[in-house]
Design a protein around this ligand. Structure first.
Ligand code: ADE
Length: 224
């Protein structure tokens, strides 16, 4: 898979992708993440990518020309499954969307800033608009990191344990059950005996019951 991220703050993204699972996923050849500085696509001598809003009002608007130039130069290289715009008024990200996107080959993610992008950029280029929650961030970069992480960890081979992503919370619409590691006793608090029993079928059953109970208590909406 290849993910092209378009931003006017590329440095914000660099360190995020340079560590842990996301770094290993790239080194292992499972994903290529390319960050593109929108300012490289402006013809303005001051490298400006935003301007005042027509009709007045506070806040700058990201201009369509650099966005168009950047997206078109990427499209000249390959075709894209989705061109995604991160925005608080997009569809709310969930595991199902991450699963679906992880099946694609090439994605573009556009990060908004200021008061957002010129509406025509959304109409002409964007195929999917995604929000990571009902709150407003200073820019789409963090949201792009969240989306990329949710997708990349699902790519076959990225996680060491093949089943690891399948047992995450939200796969099967269930929250994950509680997990424990050594020591088996901490200040009088014991790990549930069943987990030490070695009885695989009973452990699976216990985990399923715990997941169900936890989902019922915390996120009953997932069971509806
Ligand atoms: N940009 C600003 N806020 C955002 C949000 N909640 N989700 C996605 N992109 C955003």
């Amino acid at each position: 898979m290849r993910i092209d991220i378009i931003t006017c703050l590329p440095k914000l993204l660099d360190s995020f992708f340079a560590h842990s699972i996301l770094q290993r996923a790239q080194q292992g050849g499972y994903v290529t993440v390319a960050v593109h500085d929108l300012r490289d696509y402006t013809l303005d001598k001051h490298r400006r990518v935003d301007d005042y809003a027509f009709g007045g009002g506070a806040g700058m608007v990201m201009q369509i020309e650099p966005i168009a130039r950047c997206i078109r130069s990427l499209q000249a290289e390959r075709s894209y499954d989705e061109i995604i715009y991160m925005t608080p008024d997009g569809e709310r990200l969930n595991q199902k969307t991450a699963n679906t996107l992880s099946l694609g080959q090439n994605l573009i993610i556009l990060c908004g800033h200021y008061k957002g992008v010129d509406e025509r950029a959304r109409e002409l280029f964007i195929t999917k608009e995604i929000s990571i929650g009902d709150y407003v961030l200073s820019g789409g970069e963090l949201a792009a990191c969240v989306l990329s992480d949710a997708i990349i960890r699902l790519l076959p081979g990225v996680l060491n344990d093949e089943t690891s992503a399948l047992t995450d919370s939200f796969q099967d619409n269930l929250l994950a059950p509680p997990v424990y590691t050594r020591p088996a006793e901490f200040e009088g608090h014991q790990v549930p005996a069943i987990l030490l029993s070695g009885h695989e079928a009973k452990i699976d059953e216990w985990r399923y019951e715990q997941a169900l109970a936890r989902t019922q208590a915390r996120r009953p909406d997932l069971l509806e």
